[in-house]
Design a binder for this molecule. Structure first.
Ligand code: SF4
Ligand code: SF4
Length: 476
């Protein structure tokens, strides 16, 4: 019988054992000398009898070959693949609602998708006729909507977003105070999170957020020079001096209340400071627990967009910071490099995505007026409207979008080993680049594959030095 190895990626630490990442199932399997030879032997397709006839260890080789067939690593050539799951039963229960409580911002960051040419609001919001702030009634309606559409889930999440989220602190308070008793009556827990630029973190706000155990993400680009380069007030004054003391106060109060970890989200633009330097500044000087780095979303030709060289540099710097992660893992300590931590978690858990993220599935965004969008970046975009919290979800539009956005529809992705983790990438990024949210983000494939390779090498090295480090990814 003609057999062939399925789409996979092999990897190892310099001196450690070898592994294979099986892209069809997202499984990671250890390889010994024999299984490694089998994966090699059938990489281009081979007849099993002819191949086995070359082996002096035939009984063992035959057993291992059958094991690899059972594990889906090797398959008969031409045998149709079992059809992949398309959509879960719809309507899929919501887990997270992202409330855009305002579309106003007190900063005017050069690269911001919300105010820049990459904006999707189609004449509404701050530049049009839409409401700049969500009123308390809409915030409460959103809570009822989420609870009503969350099925049997014991826990739901509300993420507050903007503009600058804290420009509408009253709506956040109204939503939280409304959610608590209603969720308790339904025996559900509510988990809150918020993204802010930190300029409005007053003592009162910090007290409220830490008391309610908010997960807080601060958008910040690094030290004073980095922050002020793109993230300035509308008059042009840099924001670092305003936010640094507020962040320190937040971190201190959060520790006092034993709150959840506080993260920084860095937007990486052309010419940014090295990633390890920025990471150390944000954790050591400002006290963040975690730092995530996101390459800027930008249409072609924007001066802050990362070109090919920018992505190559980024990969080198991620690898450099990855060394610190590996050293911490060897001591069985957590490390706050969020990108790598999230990737290792997904690899260890065998995540195999049909869609790149939860947008439209377990997660929806809500505009200031209560319109529903795929996620926070799509609210007020008529072309991706998913209904409203007042009228309910447009299930037809939701199902149609999810069918079109399924990774199996992205033919460019079918031969990519990174598919289980990427699934074509962010819908918003695709919309900005190609004018179609369901397209694969082919402009950053090299970056994604390079990053997944880094994750695989890191996985192998940690497996060699301290495999019990991964148990932390098994409980959550
Ligand atoms: S977008 Fe590129 S990296 Fe992502 S799955 Fe498709 S081919 Fe792979
Ligand atoms: S579409 Fe993009 S921005 Fe929206 S939730 Fe998904 S990954 Fe995030």
């Amino acid at each position: 019988m003609e057999l062939r190895t399925v789409l996979h990626r092999r990897f190892r630490a310099e001196s450690g054992p070898e592994f294979v990442y099986v892209a069809t199932s997202a499984a990671i399997l250890g390889l010994d000398e024999l299984t490694s030879a089998i994966v090699d032997g059938f990489a281009a397709g081979a007849d099993d009898e002819a191949w086995l006839a070359t082996r002096s260890d035939r009984p063992a080789a035959e057993q291992s070959l059958h094991d690899l067939i059972d594990l889906g690593v090797i398959r008969p050539v031409g045998e149709p693949e079992a059809p992949r799951a398309q959509l879960p039963p719809m309507p899929f229960p919501l887990a997270t609602l992202v409330l855009n409580v305002t579309n106003k911002c007190n900063l005017s960051c050069t690269y911001c998708y919300e105010y820049g040419a990459d904006r999707l609001t189609e004449g509404k919001g701050s530049q049009g006729t839409g409401k700049p702030r969500m009123d308390d009634d809409t915030a409460r309606q959103s809570i009822d909507f989420l609870l009503r559409n969350s099925g049997d889930r014991p826990q739901v999440s509300i993420t507050f977003f903007g503009g600058e989220t804290l420009l509408n602190f009253p709506a956040i308070v109204a939503a939280v105070e409304y959610a608590e008793p209603r969720a308790a009556a339904l025996k559900k827990r509510v988990h809150y999170s918020l993204t802010t630029n930190a300029t409005l973190l007053s003592d009162e706000v910090v007290d409220f957020l830490t008391r309610h155990r908010f997960g807080i993400t601060v958008s910040i680009d690094g030290d004073q020079q980095e922050q002020d380069r793109h993230r300035s007030f509308q008059g042009g004054k840099g924001s670092f001096d305003r936010i640094a003391p507020r962040i320190r106060h937040l971190v201190q109060q959060n520790k006092l209340h034993k709150g959840r970890s506080i993260g920084a989200r860095v937007t990486l633009t052309a010419g940014a400071a090295p990633v390890p330097e920025t990471y150390r500044f944000l954790t050591q000087e400002l006290g963040f627990d975690e730092v995530g780095f996101a390459p800027v979303t930008a249409g072609l030709g924007r001066p802050w967009a990362l070109g090919e060289l920018g992505y190559e540099r980024l990969l080198r710097e991620f690898a450099e910071l990855g060394e610190d992660y590996i050293a911490a893992a060897a001591r069985n300590e957590a490390h706050g490099f969020a990108n790598l931590g999230d990737l290792l978690r997904e690899l260890h858990q065998g995540v195999n995505k049909a869609h790149p993220c939860g947008a439209g599935l377990g997660l929806l965004g809500v505009s200031t007026e209560g319109e529903l969008g795929l996620c926070h970046r799509f609210v007020e975009s008529k072309s991706h409207s998913m209904g409203s919290v007042q009228q309910g979800i447009d299930e037809g539009a939701r199902t149609q979008f999810l069918q079109q956005a399924h990774v199996d529809q992205k033919t460019d992705c079918t031969q990519c080993f990174a598919r289980p983790l990427c699934a074509g990438g962010c819908y918003h990024e695709a919309h900005v680049r190609y004018g179609d949210a369901t397209k694969a983000n082919l402009h950053y494939c090299e970056w994604i594959r390079g990053f997944v390779d880094l994750g695989l090498r890191t996985y192998a090295r940690i497996q060699a030095s301290n495999p019990r480090f991964f148990t932390r990814f098994e409980t959550t």
